[in-house]
Design a protein around this ligand. Structure first.
Ligand code: AMP
Length: 306
């Protein structure tokens, strides 16, 4: 199965307690499709960059099997730029700079070669843009996965509700789930979010793992405890990329497959945080992933006699 990803392709400048970077490759769609390429799942990006975006980065994505036909290059424009600084616990960060640049007037165009995508992953962007992509597909993909954040709840509530109503799987972090639902309990929050549309609700809890809700059932996983977390940027996007790519590989969207996909997403994200930006994701192989999934299994499997 084929995965179509809509999201930012960006420059990031990141500061963590362990160091800082100048402008490096970032963006939600970049993390997501790099995750797909590790699992050898065909993917394509719909996005926009400026004339300042390095040819070498586009080539790197293409060389890894990512279809880049849908990345528009605005020659006289500047690429989206985001800069963030993490606090000492690495669980929270301040956004220092967001220069929207070419994303401001982004009018997504879906290349003919990606019209037959089975899964559409709408990365964190304005919900109006996300909705327009869904409307531009010749036919509805088999699965629509949505990532969003509190910023859009504050600034574009009505259109976000329209987008969520058309979503099969929503991925959101715990604080955002509380804001979206008005409920503190994540179980109650998930119930309310189901009522908005999505049959599957994934709530990410950072270093505390993730929860999957569907049809009255709950599945919980921890995050892999790591010795060194270097830079959490892109962990959520990598998680979504690993999750969606596993479903594409298995060609199944039922609860049992989604449970495994949750583990693959978490394992993939655990690599991203080990180095700055996309560096680690560009290094790892499918074999590294398999080894990490085994560690996950050892960490979480137990038997209890009752
Ligand atoms: P995450 O750490 O999962 O929240 O994702 C970080 C990535 O999201 C970075 O690579 C940024 O370039 C990108 N990003 C940050 N803010 C935005 C935004 N407002 N719209 C689109 N992408 C963004």
């Amino acid at each position: 199965m084929k995965l179509l990803v809509v999201g930012s392709v960006a420059f990031d400048a990141i500061e963590t307690p362990f160091g800082k970077t100048d402008k490096i490759l970032g963006g939600a769609a970049t993390y997501i499709t790099l995750a797909s390429s590790v699992l050898k799942v065909p993917s394509g990006i719909v996005s926009v960059v400026g004339g300042d975006f390095p040819e070498a980065d586009l080539k790197m994505l293409a060389d890894r099997g990512v279809n880049i036909e849908g990345i528009e290059v605005v020659k006289d424009g500047k690429t989206f730029f985001w800069s963030g600084k993490y606090h000492n616990d690495l669980n929270s960060r301040d956004t220092l700079v967001t220069e929207v640049n070419v994303l401001e007037n982004f009018d997504p165009k879906i290349p003919e070669s990606m019209q037959d995508a089975d899964i559409l992953l709408l990365g964190n962007l304005h919900p109006g843009v996300q909705l327009s992509v869904l409307e531009k597909m010749n036919s509805r993909p088999k699965l629509v996965i949505l990532d969003t954040m509190n910023f859009w709840m504050d600034s574009a509530w009505d259109i976000l509700m329209q987008m969520i109503a058309k979503t099969d799987v929503i991925t959101i972090n715990d604080e955002e789930a509380r804001q979206l639902s008005g409920e503190y309990s994540l179980v109650k929050a998930a119930k309310k979010i189901h009522e908005l549309g999505p049959k599957y609700v994934i709530i990410k809890k950072g270093e505390h793992g993730a929860l999957l809700f569907h049809d009255g059932k709950i599945f919980a996983i921890p995050a892999l405890p790591l010795e060194d977390v270097f830079d959490p940027t892109g962990a959520g996007d990598t998680f979504a990329g690993g999750f969606a790519s596993y479903l594409a590989k298995k060609e199944e969207f039922d609860f049992e497959t989604m449970k495994s996909a949750l583990i693959v997403g978490s394992a993939m994200a655990s690599f991203t945080v080990e180095k700055f930006g996309t560096e680690k994701l560009q290094e790892i192989t499918e074999a590294d992933m398999i080894a990490r999934i085994k560690s996950f299994k050892d960490l979480t499997t137990f038997e209890v006699e009752v």
